[in-house]
Design a protein around this ligand. Structure first.
Ligand SMILES: O=P(O)(O)OC[C@H]1O[C@H](OP(=O)(O)OP(=O)(O)O)[C@H](O)[C@@H]1O
Ligand SMILES: Nc1ncnc2[nH]cnc12
Length: 170
């Protein structure tokens, strides 16, 4: 299936100069969403990992469907003030601003192998920040899986130590 036709470009959102990749047409097309999750599962079939880590909010959509399909543990990475227990936190920058993310301090055990799943890999700032959180808990990143990669922003330069898979590359 040509997934690209279900991704809509929205110019100047959320800021002038950004072309926002809108995934809602894909989510609104059940057969396309199912095929995307199947394609993502296929990409990681030979990867050794215990746990899927998902950043709020759009990462939740793809990572939770994948965790259900693959029978993996799921860990949410959230924006500040959302997680109820003690957290580890990191600040970072992304394509259109600055942000902070948090994870529960007991979310991962030492040496646990994680796959990070998100919708868009842009500058790589979000994924790099999640890597920092994983390292704080002495766990390991086995790989990164994204639906869309904006290769013109060179995210892989930031993520050179880890295996990165993406379904659609722009
Ligand atoms: O590679 P980067 O430059 O870091 O950008 C990618 C991140 O930006 C978006 O999340 P956003 O923080 O906008 O949150 P949302 O999912 O809640 O919309 C997207 O879902 C990725 O997580
Ligand atoms: N251009 C973009 N479209 C959608 N999500 C994004 N996250 C960071 N950059 C983005």
């Amino acid at each position: 299936m040509n997934f690209e036709k279900y991704i809509r470009d929205i110019p100047d959102f959320p800021k002038p100069g950004i072309i926002f990749k809108d995934i809602t047409p894909l989510l609104a097309t059940p057969e396309a969403f199912r095929e995307v999750i199947d394609a993502m599962a296929e990409r990681v079939k030979d990867l050794d990992f215990d746990t899927i880590l998902v950043p709020e909010a759009r990462g939740f959509l793809f990572g939770s469907a994948l965790a259900y399909k693959l029978g993996k543990k799921l860990v949410p990475v959230r924006k500040p003030g959302k997680l109820p227990y003690d957290v580890v936190e990191v600040s970072y920058s992304l394509e259109y601003g600055e942000a902070k993310i948090q994870m529960h301090k007991d979310a991962l055990s030492k040496s646990e192998k994680v796959l990070i799943v998100d919708d868009v890999l842009a500058t790589g700032g979000t994924i790099k920040a999640i890597e920092t959180l994983v390292k704080k808990l002495e766990a390991e990143v086995s790989g990164v899986l994204c639906l869309i990669e904006l290769s013109f922003l060179n995210p892989r330069e930031k993520l050179s130590e880890v295996k990165v898979e993406s379904i659609l590359v722009y």
